[in-house]
Design a protein around this ligand. Structure first.
Ligand code: NAD
Length: 306
């Protein structure tokens, strides 16, 4: 009964959602569809228009979006955007009354999460870092994995909302720990996408059908998330970005950012991450070649014939 009341209470909550890109757009829409009062904002007019067309109320700027909001969720590209929104030019934190809950779902440096969390705490605002995994497919389906850093009580406050956007919610540790878990995961993802691309390209160069080869590897010891859900070869998986000209999805430059965060972190703790370093360089070269805005699975272009 208690749980029912809690759920009901949060259902009436007002949420400001900042950052309506490939991930934030569908996440905000899922909260709206679940019956929450969402006020959404993005700097990009097309991103705002898309949400408005889906029936989600859109605000004129971030300050207007947070008026009366009990929860603020951000889904921005990188550290500098989060820093600037909450502490810098945006000064959004100064707009929030004590007791507001801030959930930052962006993948950023753990140090930036801690900096924003400190400033939030000084104002009596609760903060968790809650980066996600699962791709745009997971964001649309509401099946994301959340990796949360922060106090347990704050996570529990956020949980009913996270459950509307995700299927798996993990508490990784104190503020910043969600980010650390996320960059470990994405370092592995960058490596396995590059490796999967190499293997498919090798088979195709030998005349194998990429669909047949992908299915063989998916069911064998090389099976992985790229082969399950995100095949890098056009035409193998209808729903994957590869079959849509590598549009949407997870941008090469965002993967490059995450691999950079992993290397900075490795340097700080003197960890050995040779494959992570190589992967960062591969994605950097791919970005320099002009593919930064394409989905990261386009890394296969580096190793494909023709
Ligand atoms: P995106 O580039 O599609 O969207 C980011 C949006 O933020 C853009 O629409 C941009 O206009 C907006 N924005 C930037 N600064 C802003 C500000 N100050 N105020 C309001 N809006 C602002 O990126 P995405 O793919 O949605 O990724 C967002 C975050 O999630 C990144 O940190 C990324 O690494 C991470 N992530 C992405 C995926 C994926 O598959 N795309 C998966 C997991 C995590």
């Amino acid at each position: 009964m208690q749980h029912h009341n809690d759920t009901k209470e949060i259902d009436t909550m007002k949420i400001a959602f900042i950052g309506l890109g490939n991930m934030g757009g569908p996440m905000a829409l899922n909260l709206h569809k679940a019956g929450h009062t969402v006020s959404a904002f993005d700097l990009s007019q097309p991103a705002r228009d898309k949400l408005a067309a889906d029936g989600v109320p859109v605000a004129a700027d971030a300050k207007a979006a947070v008026q009366g909001a009990e929860v603020v969720i951000s889904m921005l590209p990188a550290s500098q955007h989060v820093d600037s929104l909450f502490l810098g030019q945006g000064e959004l934190l100064a707009q929030l009354p004590a007791g507001t809950l801030v959930i930052d779902c962006s993948t950023i440096a753990a140090a930036t999460s801690r900096k924003v969390a400190e400033a939030a705490k000084a104002r009596g605002v609760d903060f968790i870092d809650a980066p996600v995994s699962g791709g745009t497919g997971g964001a649309i389906a509401g099946t994301l994995t959340f990796m949360v850093g922060g106090e347990v009580a704050t996570l529990e406050r956020a949980r009913p909302l996270l459950e509307k956007m995700g299927a798996n919610i993990f508490h990784a540790g104190a503020v910043g720990a969600g980010q650390t878990a996320k960059i470990c995961n994405n370092m592995l993802l960058g490596i396995l996408m590059a490796g999967t691309s190499e293997a498919i390209a090798l088979g195709v160069a030998n005349g194998l059908d990429p669909k047949v080869l992908s299915e063989i590897m998916r069911r064998s010891s090389g099976g992985n998330w790229a082969l399950e859900k995100y095949n890098p070869m056009p035409g193998v998986m209808e729903t994957a970005p590869a079959s849509k000209g590598y549009a949407g999805g997870f941008g090469t430059d965002l993967m490059l950012k995450d691999l950079g965060l992993a290397q900075e972190n490795a340097a700080a703790v003197k960890a050995s991450t040779p494959l992570g370093g190589l992967a960062r360089n591969l994605y950097a070269a791919h970005s320099i070649a002009g593919h930064g805005a394409l989905d990261f699975s386009s890394i296969i272009k580096m190793v494909q014939k023709g």
